[in-house]
Write a protein that binds this ligand. Structure first.
Ligand code: PLP
Length: 450
């Protein structure tokens, strides 16, 4: 491909106007930071770009590097920044709480924790009213899996291939992608067929995939299970929506076998999918336990498990506790996030802008053979790139190349899927139609230059 500077600059789409200039950066240059990072930080992950960005400021859907260069953030810190970077209401709530009391632990009363728990419970269907705060999605899912095992008396858990649930013992077991598994002992975990409508063996027939879960219970367990965990839309796995009809049928099989149904809403919660506040709602099911993180705090280290009073009883008189869970600063921020989501109708915006963006990306598919699939809901969209539509051969190198080119033009997107060939678009929910047009223009241009 031609380096961008050799192309016709006038064809490069222009970034929408945005009235904000960050203060000058006075920290060390990125070259120095990179040296320290390579020397002192864990080598367990890769950078998204060949020349990693040193991001120093964020304002709503935009990020700024050390030179003050602006980028449209279409990844949202991995589907996390929901209200927009440094949203003034969220910042104000954090600063106010930090100035009064930074830490106390749940051994004492605290208004921020109690009010946020009440507000979260009000967002839940049915009897899901009891909240446990954690520090991350992993911790939330670990707790959920433990509760299901305690409540049911069974150790057996069913999760879906290609799902991602975290990086501790039980959650790494439930995660079903070799990319994210280390040498973890995963006793009692059964990985069901992925109801993947693009690559799955049964296409969009949810009932056929659901039968596989019945078989897993029948042949892989004593007939009783502890629970089932699934994302409504697999995020890390490449923005894959579960085939229609799958969840209701699986929930019924799991419950018949004595297990609890856990909805992992770490990515798909907080209005991101547009049509509903929680991803599971689009499937017409009510889970027994819901786990969440990421969007809950707009980037604060916060997670939660919500369940029914009946199930929560499994923790009665047991000292289940974590030092930072329910930290007043995080929960004050979380409460502000919920209020902003409502005040600014961000779920509605995710629906309107997400539908528009999906339509535009679907049209782009007509133009570029490399686009094999466009999918997702609201502002949780995936674009799978293939070198052969018929064979669905993953276009891995092209995915990386296009991402780099898009970054050069000022757009940051994510990448994922088992083969690393899916663009993940999960921007802050304040994303506008102009941002969507800019993103599509930039992607189109980068694909034309392949
Ligand atoms: N569950 C899902 C669906 C996720 O996408 C993630 C993280 O990407 C997790 C759980 C783990 O959350 P955390 O990284 O906060 O531990």
């Amino acid at each position: 491909a031609l380096p961008l500077e050799q192309n016709n600059e006038s064809l490069i789409p222009k970034m929408p106007q945005f009235d904000y200039t960050p203060p000058p950066y006075t920290g060390p240059p990125s070259s120095e930071i990179l040296k320290k990072r390579l020397r002192y930080l864990s080598p367990s992950f890769f950078h998204l770009y060949t020349h990693p960005l040193n991001l120093v400021d964020g304002k709503m859907q935009y990020l700024f590097d050390e030179n003050g260069r602006r980028y449209l953030d279409a990844f949202g810190g991995i589907a996390t920044v929901c209200c927009g970077h440094c949203h003034p209401d969220v910042v104000e709530a954090i600063v106010n709480q930090t100035n009064r009391l930074q830490h106390s632990t749940i051994l004492y009363l605290n208004a921020a924790v109690a009010e946020f728990a009440e507000a979260l419970a009000s967002k839940m269907p049915g009897d899901l009213k009891v909240v446990f705060f954690t520090n991350s999605g992993t911790e939330a899912n670990e707790l959920a899996l433990m509760m299901a095992r305690l409540y049911s008396g069974s150790h057996d858990i069913v999760s879906i291939r290609n799902g991602y649930h975290g990086n501790a013992a039980a959650t790494m077991g439930a995660t079903a992608q070799c990319n994210y598994k280390f040498n973890v002992v995963q006793t009692g975990i059964h990985h069901a067929l992925n109801p993947d409508q693009y690559r799955g063996v049964f296409g969009s027939d949810g009932s056929k995939y659901a039968k596989d879960v019945e078989d897993l219970i029948a042949y892989g367990t004593c007939g009783r299970v502890g629970g089932f965990i699934a994302e409504a839309i697999q995020g890390v796995g490449g923005i894959l929506e579960l085939a229609p009809g799958y969840l209701p049928s699986v929930y019924s099989s799991i419950r018949k076998a004595g297990g609890l149904c856990i909805a992992d809403e770490v990515q798909s919660g907080f209005g991101r999918t547009g049509s509903h506040f929680w991803g599971f709602e689009a499937h017409g099911v009510v889970p027994d336990i819901v786990t969440m993180a990421k969007g809950i705090g707009n980037g604060l280290p916060l997670g939660a498990v919500v369940t029914t009073p009946e199930i929560a009883k499994v923790l009665t008189y047991r000292c289940y506790f974590n030092t930072f869970g329910g930290n007043p600063v995080s929960t004050a921020g979380g409460l502000a996030v919920l209020r902003v989501l409502e005040k600014e109708k961000l779920q509605e915006n995710a629906f309107a802008v997400g539908s528009y963006l999906k339509e535009r990306l679907t049209s782009l598919k007509e133009k570029h053979e490399i686009i094999g699939d466009v999918r997702g809901r609201g502002l949780m969209l995936g674009i799978e790139l293939v070198t052969d539509r018929e064979l669905k051969t993953p276009a891995k190198a092209e995915t990386v190349h296009i991402m780099e080119q898009m970054k050069e033009m000022g757009v940051l997107i994510g990448k994922g899927g088992f083969h690393g060939n899916v663009f993940r678009i999960t921007p802050p929910l304040c994303f506008t139609k102009e941002d969507a047009d800019f993103l599509v223009g930039v992607m189109d241009y980068a694909m034309l230059k392949l």
